[in-house]
Design a binder for this molecule. Structure first.
Ligand code: NAD
Length: 379
């Protein structure tokens, strides 16, 4: 482990904030490091990556006191929680190593690539008395939480159905290293499905069966941005997935995930109840207005969302506060495992052409109060 120049030594005095180690210092680490550095309940103590240069650069950019290898983060005496921002194929290895080191873990999505590995990780965490939380924490943002509170208030009646839409040309146009987004564990279903499926999990609870069709029209794509622009790479997973889901509480959903359209349309989540349709803000964002439409209305009624629009890392703060309070955290590993099972079942159905069961269950977390704010210390 190396200390950043000018950094103070840790472990020498009482710490009020929860010690965090970030493993994986790529693209998304910018958002996490910016936010986690601004949330007073937590303190990032070390940046780690297989690529030491990336860890050092991110520590310098965000004023993190030290940097090093994944082992350095796992062995850091003041790190209580590992934030796993590695690529999906490395999630299980890094989360498993963190649990084995006695650390709580927040993982980027998906939790793992398969259910058996995800289940084993959650069991290991339970046995080790540490917690696992998993992205997306956009479900804790003002937009989705305001939608949850509105539905709970009965404003749209009994929720019956959902319609979601995500389409565009694909992330090879902007991501400098997009190969992993077209490898097993990604594609539009696994990369963006967690946002849409987690919103429906938050609003409807667990699903019990799914069906789907999938397509892979192009076997390769070309990187469109960054130093490797022009590089051809293979596509391993379907890039068009249309799915149906049935929920235990009776709701039905139609979902489209496509990276095969030149037309970008995203963030479309409509919930129709017995009294009205609610347009939920983009599930890949933390804020946004709600829109409600009753039968006979000429237009939407816009309802501003209420609450902090903090951003990625909010789930880490909710988890840290829940650990300290001894209460359940909201973006929990069990919900992530259910979302993962839905995605693997959707993938299977696209091959089997039959409905596939979804067997995992989770406790629907309590909604957040509109006054919840990760920028203000909890105590
Ligand atoms: N980029 C985005 O906009 C975005 C948004 C939301 C979520 N995510 C999720 O965040 C995760 C990371 O995405 P990214 O875009 O930052 O990827 P990236 O490729 O830019 O960065 C991943 C980093 O992890 C490191 N790494 C890989 N395996 C490792 C291992 N075993 N141990 C330690 N470090 C390892 C790599 O060296 C790299 O620096 C993915 O799960 C992705 O789904 C990304």
């Amino acid at each position: 482990m190396a200390l950043r120049a000018g950094a103070r030594e840790h472990g020498t005095g009482p710490m009020t904030s929860f010690g965090i180690g970030v493993i994986g210092c790529g693209n998304i680490s910018n958002q996490y490091l910016k936010n986690l550095s601004a949330f007073p309940d937590v303190e990032v103590l070390i940046c780690a990556d297989l690529d030491a240069g990336r860890a050092e650069a991110q520590a310098a950019a965000y004023g993190i006191p030290s940097w090093g290898s994944p082992q350095d983060a796992l062995g850091h005496p003041d790190v209580q929680l590992i934030v796993n921002l590695t690529v999906p194929a490395a999630h299980a290895e890094v989360t498993g190593a963190a649990i084995a080191a006695g650390k709580h873990v927040w993982s980027e999505k998906p939790l793992t690539l398969d259910i058996a590995t995800g289940r084993a990780l959650l069991e290991a965490a339970k046995a080790g008395n540490v917690r696992v939380g998993c992205a997306p924490d956009t479900v804790l943002g003002a937009g989705v939480q305001s939608a949850r509170r509105l539905i709970d208030s009965g404003a749209i009646g009994t929720p019956l159905t959902a319609l979601t839409l995500l389409q565009g040309p694909g992330p090879q146009s902007w991501h400098p290293d997009p190969e992993f987004l077209f490898a097993p564990g990604a594609g539009p279903l696994f990369d963006l499905g967690p946002y849409y499926l987690s919103v429906l999990a938050t609003l409807f609870g667990p699903a019990n069966r799914v069906a789907a069709v999938g397509r892979k029209p192009r076997e390769s794509r070309v990187i469109g941005a960054g130093p490797r622009a022009g590089t051809l790479f293979d596509v391993a997973v379907p890039t068009y997935v249309a799915a149906l889901a049935e929920y235990e509480a009776g709701q039905a959903a139609s979902l489209l995930f496509s990276w095969d359209s030149p037309l970008s349309r995203a963030g479309f989540v409509e919930i129709t109840g017995t009294e009205a349709t609610l347009a939920v803000p983009d599930p890949n964002r933390f804020g946004g207005d709600l829109r409600v439409r009753h039968a006979g209305d000429d237009d939407w009624t816009v309802i501003p969302s209420q609450g902090a629009e903090a951003g990625r890392g909010s789930g880490v703060v909710d988890m840290v506060r829940a650990i300290r309070a001894g209460t359940p955290h909201r973006a929990d590993g069990e919900m992530a495992l259910h979302v993962l099972e839905m995605m693997t079942a959707i993938e299977r159905s696209a091959v089997s052409a039959a409905f596939e069961p979804v067997l995992t269950r989770f406790a629907v977390p309590a909604s957040l109060d509109a006054g919840w704010d990760p920028y203000v210390a909890a105590n």
